[in-house]
Design a protein around this ligand. Structure first.
Ligand code: SP5
Ligand code: ZN
Length: 365
């Protein structure tokens, strides 16, 4: 299994408001360090870790601009500098928004354009207080997006690979076209999907969306990813904690709209769900995910389903991830479907590296 990494992703280190306390964000560089330690210890067996440069994916900017709002991209790029210049924070501090447009306010519509006030703008381009912006956030966010896109291109171009894994950080599945949230700034999963579709256009044609499906098995519902494809025919299948963050999405009744009706599938599961119930649900989810025999699946992989995770709640252990990896790989092999695996959440540092190794080793079995 090829694993892609970029050291620039380690530079993003910010704060969040959790349980009414301002704390160092649980989505921290230490997460990746836990993973890198585990992967390096395992080499040179069957895992190959490589660093990726921005120049490795020439379509990076085209894909980012076709996925995200240009005002939002400008904001991500410049807001930290603007806040420092205005004297609101020092160079080493982070921005956190404090007021968000609500449903009742017409300015919630991004089409009306961003507000001028810099506090207002930070809330306009976010939906929660878990996505701080520090001086290196933008660089890390672009590096993370680049990993997702580079992974997609490498997979499409190397027919002998059954899967490739990108160690994306920050994660992506909560943010939409113009709003950061849940530690996410650019939607890596949507970017990888766009990159695959870009690369395979000559085979499937621009109108046919059925060549790629998405499987999201982070603990949290991928509200952002769902929003991109809700009225399109890119199938989105998610297993996540019921009534967990991001709270307002992820119901079974959300099945897609317009020509996307029937292409969105949510499997909310209760707190402390057992391994056997989880695996039964995974099998159901995989059948839906593969029903159009897609050539590719993009997997939003989170390890916050671990039983000790501070944001988690399922009863999964390290060995469960081995079974999950093997189950997915075997099922995909039946349809010849190949996978881009993207890192999303997972916050129990002591086991994070081991859990990822178990998943990838199970995949390669
Ligand atoms: C990518 C990702 O995993 N983002 C998750 C962001 C969650 N942020 C807020 C979590 C609030 C959790 N409340 C405690 C629930 C403990 N079961
Ligand atoms: Zn999560």
């Amino acid at each position: 299994m090829l694993i892609l990494h970029d050291p620039v992703t380690l530079k993003h280190e910010t704060v969040e408001l959790l349980g009414a306390k301002l704390i160092p964000a649980l989505e921290s560089p230490a997460r990746l360090e836990s993973i890198l330690t585990a992967v390096n210890r395992h080499r040179p067996h069957d895992l190959c870790l490589i660093s990726v440069q921005e120049s490795d994916s020439p379509w990076l900017w085209q894909i980012i601009h076709s996925t995200h709002d240009s005002g939002y991209l400008d904001h991500l790029r410049h807001c930290h500098e603007d806040w420092v210049k205005a004297g609101h924070i020092t160079l080493d501090e982070s921005i956190l928004p404090e007021c968000f447009p609500s449903f009742a306010m017409p300015s919630r519509n991004t089409a009306l354009g961003p507000p001028r006030d810099i506090f207002a703008r930070s809330g306009f381009y976010a939906f929660d207080m878990s996505s701080g912006i520090m001086k290196d956030t933008y660089a890390a966010v672009i590096a993370s997006a680049n990993l997702a896109i580079a992974a997609a291109y490498r997979l499409v171009d190397n027919v002998s690979m059954s899967a490739i894994c990108a160690l994306c950080r920050p994660p992506g599945h909560h943010c939409d076209t113009a709003r950061a949230g849940g530690y996410c700034y650019l939607n890596n999963c949507v970017l990888a999907t766009a990159a695959i579709r870009n690369r395979m256009k000559h085979r499937i044609g621009p109108e046919n969306e059925l060549g790629v499906s998405i499987l999201d098995i982070d603990m949290h519902h991928g509200n952002g990813t769902q929003s991109f494809f809700y009225d399109g025919q890119v199938r989105y299948v998610s297993i996540h904690g019921e009534d967990e963050y991001p709270y307002y999405t992820g119901k079974r009744t959300e099945t897609g709209s317009g020509r996307g009706r029937g292409y969105n599938h949510n499997f909310p599961l209760p707190q402390k769900t057992s391994e056997s119930v989880y695996l039964a649900t995974l099998n159901e989810a995989l059948i839906l995910c593969l029903q159009d025999k897609p050539e590719y699946v993009v997997i939003s992989m989170g390890f916050d389903t671990f039983h000790l995770d501070p944001l988690g709640g399922f009863d999964l252990d390290t060995s469960s991830y081995g079974i999950i990896g093997r189950t997915i790989a075997n099922k995909l092999a039946e349809t010849g479907t190949r996978a881009v695996i993207l890192l999303e959440g997972g916050y129990f540092l002591e086991a994070l590296g081991k859990n990822l190794l178990a998943f990838l080793s199970g995949w390669d079995h």
